[in-house]
Design a protein around this ligand. Structure first.
Ligand SMILES: NC(=O)c1ccc[n+]([C@@H]2O[C@H](COP(=O)([O-])OP(=O)(O)OC[C@H]3O[C@@H](n4cnc5c(N)ncnc54)[C@H](OP(=O)(O)O)[C@@H]3O)[C@@H](O)[C@H]2O)c1
Length: 341
């Protein structure tokens, strides 16, 4: 198929040290690929910029480290332009790991259909996509949340955290958030149903949490790790508490992982720590959507997005995400689609 423009790509120029710098990435014009047998040619509409990309660049992700010069990893909502695979036809909308680029030829694996009639297309990268599946898997499958429990959730205004808080509430639990600014906390309580949200950058957030939950929290759903996790383990666990380690974003920019928390209270509180990996629940995606789409359409799942325009924004947006400045799911709008709401 003849495309009359170059394929803009975001490539790794240098592996970042610390918070990514904008010149760690570069935006280059490449040729639009030809799909091989079994592949589809996709045009990117929305690109998700996810925190796990930084942990892959730091060499600590089990999926391996991208090479200098390679196209940055990224999940997209894309339109099929040309198909050499009988399962897809031109015009289909798909969610696919096609990388940070305008056009990609992708194989048959991991191509998920996107239904443009159920919700805005960008939600397939957030509340109804991988981050939503992560929250649902943690609280509905790995360690089902029970009515009446108190759950504390870090990065509460983010894609995973906000969805987790709202699912907990739907299941009859009380969700309390932790977030990095007054604005994020206000959104979490006003829009995402958190009963309270504490800014962990303010003095005495821990004292205020202790006054609200004198017996401690039943579940800590952690998206951030770091000193906040240490404080929760030390001072805020209820008897028999469970800790779901979902993400450790506070350490993705560090060269070496920091020393762990003192786990003494895990013993005295008879607590459990579980690791959550969304890939383990891929076969439950349809079950997730069977729950989440009706919740979404009934106005029970709110979400916040931060959408920038154009792939040239990727270096700035990635730096912003990895310094915690983003507010909501970080997305880049790359191309238009006639049916996009
Ligand atoms: N286990 C899995 O399978 C899985 C799947 C998806 C995502 N995750 C993890 O879940 C977490 C949230 O992901 P998300 O996509 O929903 O991201 P997000 O919450 O939309 O954005 C990241 C947020 O992390 C917080 N943060 C805390 N410490 C930070 C630091 N040192 N540097 C940068 N940000 C920091 C910031 O919020 P505050 O200002 O509120 O602190 C920031 O806005 C991440 O750790 C991610 O890796 C895990």
């Amino acid at each position: 198929m003849k495309i009359n423009e170059p394929n803009l790509q975001v490539r790794v120029r240098r592996l970042p040290e610390g918070i990514p710098r904008e010149d760690d990435l570069e935006v280059v014009a490449a040729a639009v690929p030809e799909p091989k047998a079994g592949e589809i040619l996709c045009r990117t509409i929305y690109l998700a910029v996810d925190p796990y990309v930084r942990s892959r660049l730091s060499g600590r992700h089990f999926d391996g480290t991208p090479k200098v010069g390679s196209v940055m990893i990224g999940r997209t909502v894309s339109e099929v332009l040309e198909s050499k695979n009988p399962r897809h036809k031109p015009g289909d909308l798909v969610c696919v790991e096609s990388g940070m680029q305008a056009y990609a030829a992708v194989g048959p694996e991991d191509v998920l259909p996107v239904d443009p009639t159920v919700a805005p297309l960008s939600t397939a990268l957030g509340v109804l996509g991988m981050p939503g599946l992560t929250a649902w898997s943690g609280l509905c499958v790995l360690d089902p949340i029970r009515a009446g429990e108190t759950i504390l959730i870090s990065a509460a205004s983010g894609a995973v955290g906000a969805t987790a808080g709202q699912i907990a509430r739907i299941k009859g639990a009380r969700a309390i958030g932790l977030a990095g600014s007054a604005e994020k906390c206000a959104w979490a309580t006003e829009h995402a149903g958190f009963a309270a949200c504490f800014n962990y950058k303010e003095r005495d957030w821990s004292g205020r949490l202790a006054r609200l939950c004198p017996e401690g929290v039943d579940v800590y759903f952690d998206n951030a790790g770091g000193e906040v996790l240490n404080t929760i383990v030390r001072s805020h666990l209820a008897q028999g508490a469970r800790i779901l380690i979902c993400g450790l974003i506070s350490q993705y920019n560090l060269k070496d992982p920091p020393p762990g928390p003192n786990l003494g209270p895990i013993v005295s509180k008879r607590a459990k720590i579980m690791g959550l990996v969304v890939y383990d629940f891929e076969d439950r995606r349809d079950d997730f959507l069977r729950d989440a789409i009706p919740w979404f359409q009934a106005g029970r799942l709110h979400y916040k997005e931060e959408i920038s325009e154009g792939l040239a924004q990727a270096p700035r947006v990635f730096r912003r995400l990895m310094s915690g400045e983003n507010f909501g799911k970080t997305i880049i709008k790359v191309g238009a689609h006639a049916r996009a709401p």
